[in-house]
Design a protein. Structure first.
Length: 284
């Protein structure tokens, strides 16, 4: 009889977390040091929330974890079937599920962990059915700051990079952006008038204006074209590549997406690791 895998079989048990009321700087440092994309927030072992890489990019000036984190995140238990974890991740669009027992954090299971399990299942069906065709790509001379904004607006975690000939030359991910980010402190000025906007005495309004100076700490990206920071040694696949072979490749290289190319190196689609979870759900 075929053994049914559970969350406990593949989950990460030594979870890197941060204790409330930690700072944003601690979260960013932990993400960069451990190469992780999310940090659970706990209080004496009890899960309170989670901070993701997209939270940091969406709120570059916010320093309080309590305001950055997603409260009451979707969770799962260790004894749940792996297919149930895959189903929840597909349904919610999340990339990871904290694993809890009586609200205590005991582990975390990610899309990458499940893809690793799929890589061991010897599934020979081609990836063609799971490849996305409507993808967003950027030109290699696009500034990194603009790439960050495109990622935010498109809600894509990765963008293939093309040269002027339309050839695939690299890829840039949200993880790359987080890893190259730095915290920059500055002083900004705010003009606040004590007079009403309707005051006809403009001079009085000008006279009563107060100039307030306050410190701002924000996440800053380098002012360079994406070609200078993109991943150039791109892991690629073809439409006929077997599912398990591609899953192994993604897990081995710790990547979340694989550009699918033609024989002449033209971009023909993008395979996201999360889309491979469909295989596991359909097998159950």
């Amino acid at each position: 009889m075929k053994q049914i895998l559970t969350v406990d079989d593949i989950m990460i048990k030594n979870v890197k977390s941060i204790e409330i009321p930690g700072s944003r700087d601690e979260v960013l440092d932990l993400m960069q040091k451990e190469r992780i994309s999310a940090v659970p927030v706990v209080k004496e072992g009890t899960l309170l929330g989670i901070v993701t890489r997209i939270d940091l990019l969406k709120h570059p000036t916010e320093e309080q974890i309590a305001l950055l984190m997603t409260r009451d995140p979707v969770t799962i238990t260790p004894d749940a079937p792996l297919s149930e974890a895959a189903r929840i991740l597909l349904m919610t669009g999340l990339r990871r599920l904290p694993v809890v027992v009586k609200n205590k954090l005991v582990g975390i299971v990610t899309v990458a962990d499940i893809v690793g399990a799929i890589g061991q299942m010897d599934i020979t069906a081609p990836i063609k059915a799971y490849v996305k065709n409507g993808i967003v790509a950027v030109w290699e001379d696009t500034p990194v700051s603009v790439v960050s904004e495109i990622i935010r607006l498109s809600k894509h975690d990765a963008l293939p990079v093309l040269n002027s000939k339309g050839e695939l030359t690299g890829i840039i991910t949200i993880t790359d952006l987080i890893n190259m980010s730095r915290i920059e402190d500055s002083v900004e000025r705010s003009d606040m008038s004590s007079a009403s906007d309707e005051d006809k005495w403009t001079w009085e309004s000008m006279r009563d204006t107060m100039q307030l100076y306050y410190g701002v700490s924000r996440i800053k990206l380098p002012d360079v074209p994406v070609k200078s920071v993109m991943v150039k040694d791109v892991i690629t696949a073809f439409h006929k590549t077997p599912v398990s072979d591609c899953a192994k490749k993604m897990r081995r290289n710790r990547i979340e997406q694989v550009p699918v190319i033609t024989a002449d190196n033209k971009l023909d689609g993008l395979l996201l690791d999360r889309d491979l979870l469909t295989v596991l759900v359909h097998q159950e």
